[in-house]
Design a protein around this ligand. Structure first.
Ligand code: FES
Ligand SMILES: [Fe+2]
Length: 342
């Protein structure tokens, strides 16, 4: 499977990686072992000892080094072998290390050329770091499906009207037409819907009590490889949009393998910031919907696609696919440019 390699991929939420112990996660088909040193700094090593290929994640961390549980070779965060109980330490004993950065409550790993790994290239998501704990909730699903199928799912929110009719979809996205904008750093799909609709259940928390008709909007901002900000809101019908509350979300996808993905999601908002109960309700609802409705549909799509290339199956394209198609084309161009440069 060909992936874009010179970019930051989210590997986990910061608190997925405890102070001691580590985290074994497959990223872009590579087994990766993440751990923290005594200072709490995160490191990522290829999770296969160069000796006889035991997973380093089965070992322990000692003095900031990952110690193989099989014969005791130890590797520091740069992948250098720092101890060989059986003879001299040589560079042949080193293991691959990946640049790691921690930002926006998340861990990011760079699977490409380490010399190019600039943390400033991580998409700015400071609305996540700045959110109070009572207005920040998150989740994770290890899902079946090529990561691009998960990206398609968010770029095309008309699916909410059909797949989530009782929770996220009310029909207005399908009844209106959105706009898609291409930018140098990403693709944006927007829809403003002054359609006088019955509010969806998740919008009720941001509306004055008793409102039964709303106008609503969504804005989906994608950047490579699979980092998406989704802003959604609603106002009492006929009211200016500026007066409404926004739910501000991320959906971040990292390929695990060609047919499985890491799905990280989080939500914050610009209203009722100290309402911990609303926060927990939002978390629970979103996790439930993504786990029981989105992921099973994407897994089923993947099963039908098998190992065929997506385009080789000649998908019928609808108006609703514009954003997702532009994203796929942008990713193909980035991957082709990277291959050419190499
Ligand atoms: S397999 Fe790791 S030290 Fe032997
Ligand atoms: Fe969905």
């Amino acid at each position: 499977m060909t992936y874009l390699r010179n970019c930051w991929y989210m590997a986990g939420w910061s608190d997925d990686l405890p102070a001691t112990g580590g985290l074994a996660r497959t990223l872009l088909d590579d087994p990766v072992y993440l751990y923290r040193d005594e200072a709490g700094v995160a490191h990522a090593l290829f999770d296969r000892c160069p000796h006889r290929f035991a997973p380093l994640s089965k070992g322990r961390v000692e003095d900031g080094a990952a110690v193989c549980a099989y014969h005791g070779l130890a590797f520091n965060g740069e992948g250098r072998c720092v101890r060989n109980p059986h003879g001299p330490v040589t560079r042949a004993l080193d293991v691959r290390a990946y640049p790691v950065a921690e930002a926006y409550r998340a861990l990011w790993v760079w699977p490409g050329d380490p010399a190019l790994a600039d943390p400033a290239l991580i998409r700015n998501l400071d609305f996540l770091s700045n959110a109070p704990d009572t207005a920040f909730n998150k989740g994770y699903i290890r899902g079946t499906g090529h990561y691009q199928l998960f990206v398609d799912n968010i770029l095309d929110l008309s699916h909410t009207d059909f797949l989530h009719p009782d929770t996220l979809g009310g029909g207005s996205i399908t009844r209106t037409s959105g706009e898609v904008e291409e930018r140098p750093d990403g693709i944006i799909a927007m829809s403003w819907r002054p359609t006088n609709e019955v509010p969806i259940p998740l919008a009720l928390g941001r509306l004055p009590a008793g409102v039964d008709r709303v106008d609503s909007w969504t804005e989906v901002e994608w950047s490579a490889p699979g980092v998406i900000k989704l802003v959604a809101g609603a106002v009492p019908a006929g009211t200016p949009r500026e007066l409404g509350g926004n739910s501000i979300n991320v959906h971040i996808f990292t390929p695990e393998t060609a047919t499985t993905s890491h799905y990280f999601f989080a939500s914050t908002r610009d209203f009722r910031l100290d309402d911990a109960e609303l926060n927990e309700e939002t978390r629970r609802t979103r996790q439930h919907i993504f786990e029981t409705e989105d992921e099973p549909m994407i897994a089923a799509q993947q099963e039908r696609i098998g190992d065929a290339d997506f385009w080789s199956l000649r998908p019928a394209l609808l108006k609703i696919d514009k954003g997702a198609v532009l994203v796929r084309r942008r990713m193909d161009a980035l991957i082709a440019a990277e291959a050419k440069a190499a």
